[in-house]
Design a protein around this ligand. Structure first.
Ligand SMILES: CC(C)(COP(=O)(O)OP(=O)(O)OC[C@H]1O[C@@H](n2cnc3c(N)ncnc32)[C@H](O)[C@@H]1OP(=O)(O)O)[C@@H](O)C(=O)NCCC(=O)NCCS
Length: 161
């Protein structure tokens, strides 16, 4: 049984961050390309004051990230998550996102958590649903990558759900 934990990101996690962003389906998750050790250190530092990100650990190895950002004056925050390919399919994203939501509601005092995924990302949809984020509909043609427009499904979980 794998032990899943959330903890603060540390500067010495930079090699794990650099490895993670070499995965093609994680590159879009970073706001800028993370291709050097300095980029990875910068990515970790960028979370200071920008909401809250937690390193996700499985048996003390860093395997992912969960974050709440864009916290506004209405008690609403934006959730994101990723898990490195070699750790997927073991319930890590679902467990970590549930734990993040509890932290956001109980410790951070938020009321509404939102997230969204492209409709061609069924794994993310499943993670959102299993973590208690109900679907709130499709935003058509919302994102554009490589000249292709993608529909996006919005989910949200309330503190009272
Ligand atoms: C989405 C992601 C975080 C899932 O991480 P994970 O740790 O493998 O997720 P979990 O194991 O907790 O749960 C995955 C669920 O999705 C399901 N799933 C996985 N791939 C799937 C697919 N292609 N189609 C449908 N369901 C799928 C799994 O079966 C599981 O559901 P189950 O428990 O009912 O079987 C991971 O794939 C990832 O980081 N992807 C790239 C980044 C990304 O897309 N982030 C979200 C952006 S919105």
């Amino acid at each position: 049984m794998v032990h899943i934990g959330l903890r603060e990101w540390r500067e010495d996690d930079a090699p794990a961050v650099l490895r993670a962003f070499q995965s093609p389906d994680l590159r879009d998750q970073a706001p800028w390309p993370v291709v050097t050790p300095q980029d990875a250190v910068g990515w970790i530092a960028s979370w200071h004051g920008a909401g809250h990100a937690f390193a996700v650990t499985a048996d003390d190895q860093v395997v992912g990230n969960v974050a709440v950002t864009k916290i506004d004056g209405h008690g609403t925050g934006w959730v994101s998550y990723w898990v490195v390919p070699e750790a997927r399919g073991r319930g890590i994203a679902v467990a970590a996102t549930r734990r993040l939501a509890r932290w956001a509601f109980d410790e951070r005092g938020l009321f509404r958590l939102e997230l969204a995924h492209r409709t061609n990302n069924p794994a993310s949809c499943r993670v959102a649903t299993l973590a208690g984020f109900r679907s709130e509909g499709i935003e058509r043609g919302k994102l554009c990558y490589g000249g292709v427009r993608y529909d996006v499904e919005r989910h949200a979980r309330l503190a009272t759900d």
